[in-house]
Design a protein around this ligand. Structure first.
Ligand code: GLA
Length: 676
């Protein structure tokens, strides 16, 4: 797959032949390279059990191949046909209230139901067999956005099997789940159920293990399809599109090792600059996962909306040029291209007003014209595909910690690990310090600085790895609620944060969670220290120094004079502790200061707010992406060739409002490019 991929989800089964013929022409005109086909086509491909109708799809793939479009061919297993659900009602999912759902939407399957798994393997194998060697077949797209949870009796059985693999025996499970609390002690495996709706608060360790089980169960459903496809078409990459969100019961860091290319779907949920910040976070998260994947460190933006941004109350039309700039922003951060949901806007169905590259208005539209321009741009900058982003800073994001912090019975109901990770990311993004968001700790040695924001769960092994990394020279920033509990969500006693007390040189005696309108004032511990006026919200703590130095102290209130932010030298490195949610300015100041002392400064300093600078590099070349997300023109220092316009740039380039430039340069650490 040379160059950058461009295109998106294509559902020809929704359209008559004439429209499909027009689609192929319009794709060629827009230089589409990739169409994701067949995602929800199970009932068209297998209209009755074991009776396949591939004829219509053959025509689609033949036509796309003839128009130079490669296909990410989906297995359609996210949406079983009505005949299947009627024949196998036990394979419909059951929610936590023990209500069995019905078909006529999508994702109406239980991954633990043998009938579903058998039918899914059968259609995947049939597709693999049929499309082996087809010239359009570029990639396999297994299923769609794995994330369905089920609480049925079949799931209960599978959960028990999984638990037997995880724990030596019932004694270990009882201990891990602290079942002595509220008399939940199990005396037989058969007594264990998924965490269905119960009288009062559920057992947090049971809920956490059930999420881990669900992730592994879905992963097994994925890998069995993947293995069939690999066997049928060796050499064709196999992946699935990861969906992000607190509800998703998937540990993507583990899954990343099982896909040939990490692919994510991402839809910003806020219309303004926050959309760019969210997209950058998702991109850096995908890249962090991709570093653990055989196809890494490249990743792929598999789906995003071409036009509209969806917020809770309405759809927001993107400004002209924003689709292209956001696509370049994803490529800047290591995406193998820009794919969209979807190619053509449907006439009906549940998502009938979802945006598309060919909108309801048809090709005579701003959006399609921008799609054509984007295809040209991506074609022109294809060489950047080989470059990688080399971050020296990482943020730890741990999905099990996020799940654990969603539980009831915690000291505040506003704790959100994903939001904490995004806050840290936003602070770095605004200072143009590029970071990987990492889910597992393999490869920590690549980083000079690591931020752990609300990384609630921590194993002894992780704590030991962290200590070794800091002592070898790493700069660690840990925020409140990190390392509080072990992997079974049991608190580590003796003072918080149990796993990291010694490394941080602090002992936290008590939490003081804050209300939505509460603020705590903070003051520099040493007069003359240059800090912006700092405050904290959400959280505060009684922190005692046990070897660390205070950088900021609480000023006023019950914690008056006690340390709020601390620093502790350990070996050749430094460990910082942040006991409250710092306001964005103070947080940014702290992280930028730590990054500077870790030798991990910004890509370019002195840029106007809202202008991004990110570099991909390979060999002796590098590509500097400059993205102006503001409504004003800005002049930015740069020298090289702007690949988007083909013009030479000397010293500086003018970025129009909302515009972008992509400067080919020598690698900064390699020296000038050889002539020619
Ligand atoms: C996801 C799904 C698509 C579609 C879009 C809507 O990306 O994969 O099928 O539902 O969301 O935004």
């Amino acid at each position: 797959m040379p160059g950058l991929l461009y295109g998106g989800d294509y559902n020809p089964e929704q359209w008559p032949a004439g429209v499909q013929a027009e689609d192929a022409e319009l794709m060629r005109r827009a230089r589409v390279t990739t169409a994701t086909v067949g995602v929800f086509a199970w009932s068209k491909l297998e209209p009755a059990p074991g009776r396949y109708d591939f004829g219509w799809l053959d025509e689609v793939l033949d036509r796309l191949a003839a128009h130079g479009v490669g296909v990410a061919l989906a297995t359609p297993t996210a949406s079983p046909p009505p005949w299947f659900s009627l024949a196998h009602p036990e394979a419909l999912p059951v929610n936590a209230d023990a209500v069995r759902l019905s078909h006529s939407s999508r994702d109406t399957y239980c991954a633990s139901a043998p009938a579903y798994r058998t039918a899914a393997r059968r259609i995947a194998a049939a597709l693999g067999e049929h499309y082996r060697g087809h010239p359009a077949l570029a990639m396999w797209h297994v299923h769609n956005e794995y994330g369905t949870t089920c609480h049925c009796d079949l799931t209960a059985e599978a959960f028990r099997v999984w638990l037997r693999g995880r724990y030596e025996g019932l004694d270990q499970l009882n201990d891990a789940w602290t079942t002595a609390f509220w008399g939940q002690h199990y005396t037989d495996w058969a007594q264990i159920r998924p965490p269905r709706r119960t009288q009062y608060l559920p057992n947090p360790a049971q809920v956490l293990d059930f999420r881990r089980f669900t992730s592994d169960e879905l992963l097994a459903a994925y890998t069995e399809q993947r293995d069939l496809l690999r066997a049928a078409t060796p050499g064709v990459p196999v992946t699935t599109n990861f969906v992000l969100g607190g509800w998703v019961p998937v540990n993507h860091a583990r899954w990343a090792r099982e896909v040939d290319l990490v692919a994510i779907d991402h839809y910003p949920s806020e219309p303004g600059m926050a959309a760019e910040e969210q997209a950058a976070f998702a991109a850096d998260l995908a890249r962090g996962w991709a570093r653990q994947s055989p196809g890494g460190p490249h990743w792929l933006l598999m789906e995003t909306a071409p036009n509209l941004i969806y917020t809770a109350d309405r759809m927001h039309t993107k400004e002209p040029g924003r689709m292209a700039r956001q696509s370049l922003a994803a490529v800047a951060r290591g995406s193998r291209g820009a794919l969209f949901f979807q190619w053509r806007a449907p006439r009906g169905g549940a998502e009938l007003f979802h945006s598309a590259l060919v909108p309801h208005a048809g090709p005579d539209s701003r959006v399609y014209r921008e799609a054509v321009a984007l295809g040209e741009a991506l074609d022109r900058i294809g060489e950047t595909a080989e470059g990688t982003v080399e971050a020296r800073v990482a943020i730890g994001y741990d999905e099990p910690s996020a799940w654990a912090l969603q539980g009831a019975g915690l000291p505040s109901n506003r704790l959100d690990h994903a939001e904490e990770a995004q806050r840290a990311h936003r602070a770095l993004w605004r200072r143009r310090i590029v970071c990987d968001v990492i889910g597992v700790w393999e490869g920590l040695s690549a980083y000079r600085m690591l931020v752990l924001p609300g990384h609630y769960l921590m194993t002894d092994g992780q704590a030991a790895e962290l200590r070794a990394w800091v002592e070898a020279g790493g700069h660690l920033v840990v925020t409140y609620l990190t390392g509080i509990a072990d992997e079974h969500a049991r608190v580590r006693t003796g003072g918080y944060p149990g796993a990291l007390r010694e490394l941080l040189g602090v002992r936290v005696e008590e939490f003081h969670p804050l209300g939505p309108d509460d603020r705590v004032a903070l003051t520099p511990a040493t007069s003359g220290d240059l800090w912006p006026a700092a405050t904290g919200d959400l959280w505060s703590e009684t922190v005692h120094l046990a070897g660390a130095h205070a950088l900021l102290r609480y000023a006023g209130g019950v914690l008056d004079g006690l340390p709020a932010v601390t620093r502790h030298a350990a070996g050749d490195g430094m460990a910082y502790y942040v006991s409250t949610r710092l306001d964005p300015e103070a947080y940014g100041h702290l992280l930028a200061t730590v990054a500077a002392s870790a030798g991990a400064g910004p890509e370019q300093s002195g840029l106007p707010s809202g202008v991004e600078a990110v570099r991909r590099q390979a060999g002796d070349r590098s590509w500097l992406f400059l993205l102006n997300h503001t409504g004003d023109e800005h002049e930015v220092p740069a020298t090289g060739v702007d690949l988007l316009t083909g013009t030479a740039v000397t010293d500086a380039i003018r970025l129009p409002a909302g515009g972008a430039a992509l400067i080919r340069q020598a690698r900064p650490d390699v020296g000038p490019l050889p002539a020619g």
